[in-house]
Design a protein around this ligand. Structure first.
Ligand SMILES: NC(=O)c1ccc[n+]([C@@H]2O[C@H](COP(=O)([O-])OP(=O)(O)OC[C@H]3O[C@@H](n4cnc5c(N)ncnc54)[C@H](O)[C@@H]3O)[C@@H](O)[C@H]2O)c1
Length: 388
């Protein structure tokens, strides 16, 4: 099988998501396994150059993953034709400028979310890339999780019948960095760093919801700040000027409604950080990142309401509602979520295979986040009509 080397600039390589998910869990294993069979008699072998600001950290990560090349000089890397792909997972507020520079240099683009600060900027990137015949992809990792893949098998089998209702709830407690060290980078809580729950997580919830149930028609949203003071990496105190908690109502084109709630100020109970439930006339399913359980219409028990009879203090404790749900069988083999995205993008670059998570999909993710911010500011319903 012919080996085709594909040069990739991995920018923001020292960051949390780039060094762990994109490098350690995706690209390094692909390289260690001898490249990716792209199905046309070719194996694509990624050839990486790690790009960032901190020489010592870059050298350390490069050593750990047997990557020969790293640089703090992005312009020189962009000018090097040996690297036709630019990947960005640096801090969000840098993205727009970086993607424009990469497109000017004629690079194909793969980028973390959010793919742009706003729709207008995203469309400008898209048309600049298309004008040069470049390929542009967006990271949409959550849809590759085992739980959602199992849920998608139910969607494809027509299990739900007519969807009537859905709800998605996500979050965990992020320490404020004052009383206890924060467990997420501080830029997530500052407008100047591109932070905020809407652009962070609703970018994900857009493709999760639309993959399962089709297009959104309109939304209304509220976002608020549960933890107004936080401490940064150097223990400096700052005012949080973005939402860290949100509640959104979505109306789908199908006419069904649902809610999406997310918070960095809620504590976890249950077996997952996220719970996504779809209710339909044919049955319901509830998925986290790992599991998916379902209850068909024919198996739905006759719930007797609150049933606060004589023995009101204990009666409901004896009912195990989860026992009436069926575990959905595994839909694997599974890949690391980020590796699944990389494999699709590499196939797209090498063979023109269709890419669902392309840059336009990333812009639709931004559209949802933007609609949420707009609605949260005005209190109005905001259209999610497709962009021209
Ligand atoms: N797909 C997902 O689920 C997911 C999860 C987490 C983060 N992300 C995205 O990945 C990106 C990085 O997030 P992270 O959590 O890894 O953050 P991080 O703070 O750990 O990493 C940010 C990186 O950007 C670099 N950087 C910051 N300022 C810079 C500058 N001025 N010049 C050059 N480099 C600079 C930092 O050195 C670091 O390498 C964000 O855009 C975020 O939205 C996506």
């Amino acid at each position: 099988m012919a080996i085709r080397e594909l040069g990739i600039i991995l920018h923001g390589a020292t960051g949390r998501i780039a060094s762990t998910q994109h490098l350690a869990n995706a690209l390094a294993p692909i390289i260690a396994e001898g490249g990716l069979d792209v199905g046309n008699g070719e194996t694509v072998m990624p050839k990486l150059i790690l790009a960032g600001r901190d020489e010592a950290k870059l050298a350390d990560i490069a050593r750990t993953h047997n990557v020969e090349n790293w640089t703090t000089d992005l312009d020189t890397a962009l000018a090097d034709p040996a690297y036709p792909v630019f990947f960005d997972a640096a801090a969000t507020h840098l993205r727009l400028d970086l993607l424009h520079r990469a497109i000017d240099a004629g690079k194909h683009i793969y980028t973390e979310k959010p793919v742009a600060p706003c729709i207008k900027d995203g469309l400008a990137i898209l048309s600049a890339g298309q004008a040069k015949g470049l390929k542009l992809g967006a990271v949409e990792d959550k849809i590759h999780s085992p739980g959602y893949r199992k849920m998608k098998t139910l969607v494809d089998d027509g299990f739900f019948g007519r969807v009537v209702n859905f709800r998605l709830d996500f979050g965990w407690w992020v320490f404020d960095g004052l009383e206890r060290q924060a467990n997420r980078p501080s830029w997530n809580y500052q407008k100047s760093g591109g932070g905020g729950m809407f652009s962070d997580m609703y970018a994900h919830w857009r493709y999760v919801v639309e993959t399962m149930m089709g297009p959104m028609r309109r939304i209304t949203a509220a976002g608020w700040t549960a933890q107004p003071k936080r401490g940064g990496e150097a223990s400096e105190k700052f005012d949080v000027d973005v939402e860290d908690s949100c509640s959104v109502i979505v109306e789908l084109e199908s006419g069904a409604f649902g809610t999406i709630t997310s918070s960095w100020a809620q504590r976890v109970i249950g077996d997952d950080l996220v719970s996504f439930q779809i209710d339909g006339t044919g049955g319901s399913a509830q998925a986290g990142m790992r599991r998916c359980r379902a209850q068909a219409a024919k198996d739905t028990p006759n719930i007797r309401g609150f049933n606060l009879g004589g023995d009101s203090a204990t009666l409901d404790y004896k009912i195990d509602h989860a026992a009436d749900w069926q575990e959905i069988p595994e839909a694997g083999p599974y890949l690391n979520l980020y590796r699944a995205g990389w494999e699709q993008f590499l196939r797209h670059v090498a063979t023109d295979a269709p890419l669902k998570s392309d840059y336009a999909a990333g812009i639709r993710d931004v559209q949802f986040a933007e609609a949420c911010l707009q609605s949260s500011a005005t209190g109005a319903w905001v259209s999610m009509a497709p962009l021209a």
